[in-house]
Design a protein around this ligand. Structure first.
Ligand code: GLC
Length: 664
């Protein structure tokens, strides 16, 4: 049962698609207390054992209890435990325990979720302005509530099937030759690959929708050549449009008035990779249509997928911010450095992504100027929506790959996400795992982290262990930052171990794709916490480092360096399958309970539930070459599996005849 309450005058975020009549917001709700003093706050006294799920792309555990999280889309490259805001704003939580209910705060600016941080039993959600829709969802269980929420927000994005292949990325590949070298690195070593990602260096001076001509004399020819070789090139698009007269995107945007403006009507200037940029006003329908239309330029050159970046939007500094900083420092010119107060120096580090800058520019929505900080969390969503809406016109029958760094609920209908700039740290393998079910609850099914870690130097064992988790995440991409140690699969000794892991992914693609499609088409979860499947198992409720995958399996990756394996809790009897190199695997039945499971560095462990089975095919060079006609089945004797299959690129998901469900 869902109730929609309206407080004040909410901004229409279009996160929810289900039509529902709204009731006037009250102070006493069935499930808690609202206060309208100093903005808006919602309070609920949690019972000792209540679990709080949700918040999508947020830090820390699957159970969000015991910390304070702030939805405030932030370019945050240091995902340490103390961080309260990351790139996304997914304001959906589920309280599960004595009472089960879900809350969705549809509000486009900063929100604080104090979940037992100030006082361990108190859940308090506070907003600066009392202008929001609050959805209260009641149901029998956390899982039931999540399913109701997913129905409300509409079908999750469905990528083309090739996007389930493996992709390699690195910030720093520049020329045609660099990309050819990566393709060769994989293909000479017989490692499957479907995508190579193009980071900002493919552009001319970091200008969106341009390609550096010197490095790519024949870009369409290059894209097509790669494609014929089984590889799709996936370029990045950044939010900031370079300020440069004569650059068509800049000229058109200025002429049409489609960039975000200052209060005085001039275009707001933010420095990002290209230097000075303007932000397309993607909250304005016309500007969104215009910006989205630009993706056509690359699509016409053979591109079939994009990743949208820096769309919190990230600001290195603004003109105003820099002026203020320089004025402050100028005061001390010629002074003894020791006499400069520390607060003044701190201004230097505070110049990027500063709250002051987010209140310096405006959007024009239905003819009304709205200050950016009031709708901050909607920028990445609408940049990706710009592309998604345009794709429907540019290629109406075709699925294109699209994912974003920043997001809000609602964006899940247009694209997936990657979880931003993590580090080559063991703790980030675990963070990756924990985020996945939470993201699914908020609609983001196509998701993944930078495998091997973005920043910092990766080690061979870390990349192997992380990729063994990545085998199961819909987006499986190895990406790293400029200046870090090379981490492509072929850069380390014992390349056969990397090949074995990536081949395991390809062997499982028919199953992973089938489970993804079922989850997307039925508003279900691809990844679930154990407690959603075993609600009466009190131990399962506390498991944070294993997750259920689809309806048949459970994963439990190794995330500790030098570990020979790990402890695993089995809520029921399961079959442990360990995939290793050259298509080999072992099977072992384990009884319900606790086990220490040995997992070698080159093995991928997967647990199959009692009475279930999954299809397994032969690995291939790329997704297109997989043959799923006659899969081998692994799992329990006599079990059946319903395989969903379609062509992987058209959109007739629901049309009889264009997909098949095969009982095996
Ligand atoms: C941002 C992105 C990262 C990318 C870099 C350069 O940090 O998160 O993935 O490599 O910008 O474009």
């Amino acid at each position: 049962m869902v109730r929609k309450y309206v407080y004040g005058e909410p901004f229409e975020t279009e996160a929810v698609v289900m039509e529902m009549a709204a009731e006037r917001g009250q102070e006493t709700l069935n499930v808690g207390q609202v206060s309208l003093k100093d903005g808006f706050s919602f309070s609920y006294e949690m019972a000792g054992n209540d679990i709080v799920y949700g918040l999508g792309e947020a830090n820390r555990g699957l159970n969000k209890r015991g910390y304070c999280y702030i939805s405030n889309c932030t370019d945050q490259p240091n995902h340490t435990e103390d961080k309260r805001s990351l790139y996304g704003a997914h304001n959906f939580i589920v309280v599960s325990g004595e009472r089960n209910f879900g809350l969705f705060f549809d509000y486009p600016a900063k929100i604080t979720f104090d979940i037992g941080y100030t006082r361990s039993e108190l859940l308090r959600v506070s907003l600066e302005a009392a202008d929001l829709y609050l959805y209260v969802i009641e149901g029998d269980s956390a899982y039931d509530i999540v399913k109701q929420f997913r129905k409300m927000i509409g079908r999750s994005y469905i990528p083309p099937k090739f996007a389930f292949g493996f992709g390699q990325s690195r910030w720093g590949y520049k020329t045609r030759e660099d990309f050819l070298k990566v393709a060769e690195g994989y293909q000479k070593n017989d490692i499957p690959i479907d995508m190579i990602y193009m980071d900002i260096d493919y552009m001319q001076d970091y200008k969106d929708f341009t390609v550096n001509k010197e490095n790519f004399p024949d870009f369409p020819g290059f894209v097509q050549g790669m494609r014929e070789n089984g590889i799709r090139m996936v370029p990045i698009i950044d939010a900031g449009v370079k300020v440069e007269e004569g650059y068509f995107v800049y000229d058109e945007g200025v002429e049409k008035g489609y960039f975000c403006k200052r209060e005085d009507g001039s275009e707001f200037v933010a420095a990002v990779w290209p230097g000075d940029t303007h932000f397309p006003d993607v909250l304005n329908k016309d500007a969104r249509k215009w910006f989205g239309g630009k993706y056509r330029i690359l699509i016409e050159q053979g591109i079939e997928g994009f990743w949208n970046d820096m769309n919190e939007p990230a600001i290195f500094y603004s003109r105003e911010g820099m002026d203020e900083l320089l004025a402050a420092l100028r005061k001390y010119a010629g002074e003894d450095v020791e006499r400069i107060p520390l607060e003044e120096l701190e201004k230097v580090t505070g110049i990027s992504n500063s709250p002051a800058d987010y209140s310096r520019f405006y959007h024009c929505v239905h003819g009304k100027m709205i200050r950016h900080d009031k709708v901050h969390n909607l920028y990445g969503y609408n940049m990706t929506r710009a592309a998604g809406e345009a794709f429907k016109e540019i290629a109406p029958d075709k699925r294109l790959l699209l994912f974003s760094r920043s997001s809000y609920v609602g964006m899940h209908r247009y694209g997936g996400i990657w979880t931003g700039d993590n580090k080559s740290w063991w703790s980030h393998i675990l963070l990756n795992l924990k985020m996945m079910p939470s993201l699914n609850m908020c609609g983001f099914l196509y998701a993944g982290a930078d495998l091997g870690g973005f920043d910092a130097d990766a080690t061979r064992d870390l990349v192997l262990r992380w990729m063994a988790l990545g085998v199961f995440t819909p987006l499986m991409r190895n990406h790293s930052a400029m200046g870090t140690r090379d981490q492509e699969a072929y850069q380390f000794e014992g390349v056969e171990d990397f090949r074995g892991i990536i081949e395991t992914r390809y062997r499982l693609i028919p199953y992973l794709y089938s489970e993804y499609m079922k989850a997307a088409l039925n508003d279900e979860l691809y990844f679930k916490p154990l407690a959603f499947v075993y609600p009466s198992d009190s131990f399962a409720a506390n498991v944070e480092d294993q997750v259920m995958l689809g309806d048949e399996a459970m994963i439990a990756p190794v995330y500790t360096q030098n570990a020979k394996g790990r402890y695993v809790y089995l809520p029921e009897r399961m079959m442990l399958v360990k995939f290793s190199k050259e298509g080999q695997y072992t099977e072992e039945i384990l009884e319900k309970g606790h086990h220490f499971v040995e997992v070698a560095l080159n093995e991928v462990p997967l647990f199959i539930r009692e009475g279930r089975c999954i299809p397994l095919v032969k690995a291939a060079r790329c997704v297109e070459e997989l043959d799923s006609i006659c899969p081998e089945m692994i799992g329990f004797e006599g079990a059946e599996y319903l395989l969903y299959e379609d062509d992987g690129f058209t959109k007739d998901y629901d049309k009889e005849g264009s997909y098949r469900k095969l009982k095996i």
